[in-house]
Design a protein around this ligand. Structure first.
Ligand code: ADP
Ligand code: MG
Length: 236
């Protein structure tokens, strides 16, 4: 499991015990290389969010293996002592709901992760503004979350997930609240990030607008994955 990027082998996750147990993941196998953006597609309840939460060390898997950025993090048990540090240093999360901090403006919501990592405030804000500009929300830089539209909030949340340039980005339905043009802008930025910073990216989606952009897609059904070639349209 020495290669960089993301590798998942025979991952399973059971919620609960006995008669009421739910086997949310049965046999998940995935590989995402550095610089690659891979789609994860499947019906509601198929285990997509559960998989991202396991990979993001937010919940415990039941069995299997996972490696991130060249390090085995789980092998029938966590292999990393400090899961909080793993999340902070290795993984950028982009959730379905934006979860912005209500008392910080747009810029400082994005500048917070680098500031927590010890980057001086001025530099952190500069990086935040660069991403807000790339996501076309720079005109809302001083606005508070409550003043922003749903689409604007989502773009701020995406900038926050990218700002520390983590080796791995996990995005759960990142384009759901966005119109088609903005959804494509987000996908373009994720592809650009992947290429520039050798990031391995998983995008959970059932958004028909963006599915044709992936070169590789994993389908998940009843907790098991299979791989398919995508159309890979528009990003060469
Ligand atoms: P998706 O994101 O693909 O819609 P989820 O990963 O959220 O699916 O859920 C997969 C399955 O696991 C579903 O049957 C769901 O009800 C179940 N599940 C998810 N989270 C929990 C939990 N905390 N406790 C019990 N069952 C859960
Ligand atoms: Mg989900």
């Amino acid at each position: 499991m020495g290669e960089k990027g993301i590798r998942i082998e025979h991952l399973s996750k059971r919620f609960g015990e006995g008669d009421t147990a739910v086997l949310a993941l049965k046999d998940v196998n995935m590989r995402v290389l550095p610089g690659e953006v891979v789609g994860l597609v499947g019906p509601s309840g198929s285990g997509k969010s559960t998989l991202l939460k396991c990979l993001g060390a937010v919940i415990d898997p039941t069995s299997g293996r996972m490696a991130l950025d060249g390090e085995t993090i789980y092998d029938n048990g966590w292999k990393v002592r400090d899961l909080r540090a793993l999340r902070r240093d290795k993984i950028g999360f982009v959730f379905q709901a934006p979860y912005l901090i209500p008392f910080l403006d747009a810029t400082d919501n994005v500048a917070l992760p680098p500031m927590l990592a010890g980057v001086p405030t001025g530099e952190a804000r500069r990086r935040a503004l660069e991403l807000l500009t790339a996501l076309d929300v720079q005109h809302r830089a001083r606005a508070m979350p409550a003043q922003l539209s749903g689409g604007e909030q989502q773009r701020i949340a995406i900038a926050r997930g990218l700002v520390n340039r983590p080796p791995v980005i996990l995005a759960d339905e990142p384009t759901a609240p966005l119109d088609s043009q903005r959804a494509m802008a987000v996908i373009r930025i994720l592809n650009d990030m992947a290429k520039r910073f050798e990031t391995a990216i998983i995008v959970v989606t059932h958004d028909e607008k963006i599915i044709p952009t992936f070169r590789r897609i994993y389908h998940i059904r009843d907790g098991a994955t299979h791989e398919e070639a995508g159309e890979g349209r528009g990003f060469d």
